[in-house]
Design a protein around this ligand. Structure first.
Ligand code: FAD
Length: 440
């Protein structure tokens, strides 16, 4: 076993959105940080790959501007290489494109139900703090006001697009917290080098500020003593290497963290919670390209009545360099039923593809780039909004980051960046206290 002499202020397990955000904040605060990542690239589920000359995103494509995510990049003076589509989002219902930037949701829902004003009032109530009880689903909440199929389809597809779950799986409280209270996902952009470009930039910023990032370096064991994590064993250049740290931040999710050898230190009750509380949700990502444009929309399109398809974007409208010349490149998302729990992959993929054939006759001539099912250990969300675990753990110097420990009703990479900020705050406070104790 290799045992370097260095003791790091923080070891971050995993270079996903949450892990890199935490690392960036800690190095910006002058801490000695090591990020260890099992893959040969950074970005986790928000990364990208090359397929036949196309840059294809694996997970996140639409990165929110103007929040904690952007602030993290600013801390290290790393430019945020995003191009904003305008309009950002439209709906496509019964073959017609509806731009909600002009009349808002009220206008959209008003086309289909007389109850639009009532639903609008309930959004205002939510903003004022009057939220439904946590057990009511979004579908049940909406059914109180309308039975209209198109309105239900729109809410289902919003749940699917943002939370990767169905309206009967997402708590109404989480849905309203996201859309009405946080007012999230209004401004976002796409990275012209694929989303991995952002993480490569942030990783370079972390290294420039003195942080270390080891790739191809899976953590194989957690070490803890007297209620504190003391470090990890990492495979580095094929050799088990024992690394010491004053704090540990885990980006691999509570379940995988407690399942590491050494995870017994969390205690039986917490281990059981880490297995049962987070509800991983699934989606199906369909990447394809055409030589004739299917839909003339620069941002994301959310659909009305579909089987499984929820939203889609033609990324080359804003970032033509993602595809070889002459090609239009799209990503479409389908969410299985159920999204939380077991489903038949073949049936669910076929339902999503059939939706695309129905929506766009030109899809028949598309070049298929990839169809990926994100589920289980590599899911769309490690926990659906409303079912997250806390970031703190029974080990006083170990915190989780990422999409199993999001703030209530939060979603996506912005939510992960927020967990990174919170973990960095906890770690800094812990390091300050332990340093003060040593001095005394
Ligand atoms: C298809 C899809 C579309 C999405 N679209 C959007 C979008 O448009 N906008 C948006 O904001 N969000 C989107 N999301 C959500 C977003 O991608 C995720 O919420 C986010 O990337 C999760 O990041 P994370 O911090 O939880 O880390 P993860 O991505 O889970 O990264 C964890 C890292 O830990 C590594 N690791 C695992 N085990 C070990 C180990 N033992 N040792 C070392 N390293 C280890 C993994 O390899 C991985 O790199 C989408 C997700 C999916 C799947």
């Amino acid at each position: 076993m290799n045992t370097p002499n260095t003791t790091y202020d923080a070891i971050v397990i995993g270079a996903g959105a949450g892990g890199l955000s935490a690392a960036a904040r800690l190095v910006a605060a002058g801490r000695k940080v090591l990020v260890v990542e099992s893959l040969d690239r950074v970005g986790g589920r928000a990364s990208s790959e090359k397929i036949d000359g196309f840059t294809v995103n694996i997970g996140a494509i639409a990165i929110e501007l103007g929040g904690v995510f952007e602030e993290t990049f600013n801390l290290l003076n790393v430019p945020l290489d995003l191009r904003e589509p305008s309009p950002a989002t439209v709906f496509r219902i019964d073959g017609k494109v509806i731009n909600v930037a002009k009349g808002g949701w009220g206008m959209l829902l008003g086309t289909f139900t007389k109850q639009a004003a009532k639903i609008g009032t309930k959004f205002a109530d939510a903003r004022a703090g009057d939220l439904p009880e946590a057990k009511m689903t979004t579908k049940e909440w909406l059914a109180q006001y309308t039975k209209n199929d198109t309105v239900h389809a729109i809410f289902r597809n919003l749940c699917a697009a943002i939370f990767a779950a169905n309206a009967d799986e997402v708590p109404a409280r989480a849905f309203l917290t996201y859309f009405a209270v946080k007012g999230a996902f209004k401004r976002f952009g796409f990275c012209p080098r694929g989303t991995v470009g952002l993480w490569n930039d942030l990783a370079d910023g972390i290294r420039k500020a003195g942080g270390e990032i080891w790739l191809n370096a899976p953590v194989t064991e957690l070490h803890a003593q007297d209620g504190l994590a003391t470090g990890v064993t990492v495979m580095k250049d094929g050799m088990p290497t024992r690394v010491h740290a004053r704090t540990v931040i885990s980006n691999i999710g509570p379940r995988a963290t407690v399942d590491l050898p050494g995870g017994e230190a969390f205690g039986r009750e917490y281990i059981s919670q880490a297995h049962s509380v987070p509800k991983p949700s699934a989606n199906i990502v369909i990447n394809f390209a055409t030589q004739t444009r299917l839909v003339d929309v620069p941002g994301l399109v959310t659909f009305g009545k579909t089987r499984r398809l929820c939203n889609m974007g033609e990324l080359t409208a804003t970032c033509p360099e993602l595809a070889p010349a002459g090609w239009y490149q799209y990503v479409a998302y389908a969410v299985p039923i159920p999204a939380i729990g077991d489903f038949d992959e073949k049936t669910e993929i076929e339902a999503g593809l059939q939706d695309l054939r129905d929506e766009f006759p030109g899809f028949a001539q598309a070049k298929m780039l990839s169809v990926r099912v994100m589920r289980d250990g590599w899911p769309a969300q490690r926990s659906c909004a409303g079912f997250d675990m806390p970031q703190t753990t029974p080990l006083a110097n170990l915190w989780h980051v990422g999409d199993a420990v999001k703030d209530y009703g939060d979603g996506g990479t912005q939510a992960c960046a927020y967990t990174g900020r919170e973990a960095a705050k906890h770690a800094t406070a812990h390091l300050d206290v332990s340093r003060a104790e040593v001095t005394v």
